[in-house]
Design a protein around this ligand. Sequence first.
Ligand SMILES: NC(=O)c1ccc[n+]([C@@H]2O[C@H](COP(=O)([O-])OP(=O)(O)OC[C@H]3O[C@@H](n4cnc5c(N)ncnc54)[C@H](OP(=O)(O)O)[C@@H]3O)[C@@H](O)[C@H]2O)c1
Length: 167
Amino acid sequence: MSTSLTGTTALITGASGGIGAATALSLAAQGASVALVARRKDRLDDLAARIRATGGTVLAIEADIVDRLQATAAVEQTIAAFGGLDTLVNNAGIMLLGRVSLIEPGPVATELFTHIRPEILEASREAFANATLLHAEDIADTITYVVSRPARVVMSEVLVRPDGSQW
Ligand SMILES: NC(=O)c1ccc[n+]([C@@H]2O[C@H](COP(=O)([O-])OP(=O)(O)OC[C@H]3O[C@@H](n4cnc5c(N)ncnc54)[C@H](OP(=O)(O)O)[C@@H]3O)[C@@H](O)[C@H]2O)c1
């Protein structure tokens, strides 16, 4: 049976439990060949057996992704086994609760637009047809504001949109 991810490959880090294991099962159920990466190989092997039992294609790779060589080797092993890599789910990790802020700018008038491919430029023109472009200084202001809050205040996500944008 052909499903939405048949013929594609995915590598999931942190696949020995939690969200990573569930994601590996889900992608495999949609037909993706999945490479499972984590440090606890016994757990990867158990999950690989479950996926194989349902007809899936799977590779279990023991690696500590903090070690760049092991992380690179895991990717290379996946490509060698499956002939390519379409999806990387870079999920491994522990939840570090710190002062991490995500600042997402809308379109900003910088040299970026001279560096991107024409078709993407065309799509972004349509999306931002009636929008005013932001200035680089608008984003700089936002960053400065976010990082200068009192210690008790953490701003985790800021979306900066130009006036008139539709998104
Ligand atoms: N659970 C939440 O509430 C929550 C909320 C927001 C975001 N997240 C994020 O979602 C991701 C998965 O979380 P989870 O709840 O599924 O956590 P989890 O159940 O603790 O699973 C973490 C996975 O990461 C792997 N891992 C940890 N360090 C690794 C390393 N150095 N190299 C290779 N694999 C490593 C662990 O496998 P091994 O120990 O076998 O290596 C395990 O498979 C994390 O990045 C977490 O920050 C979680």
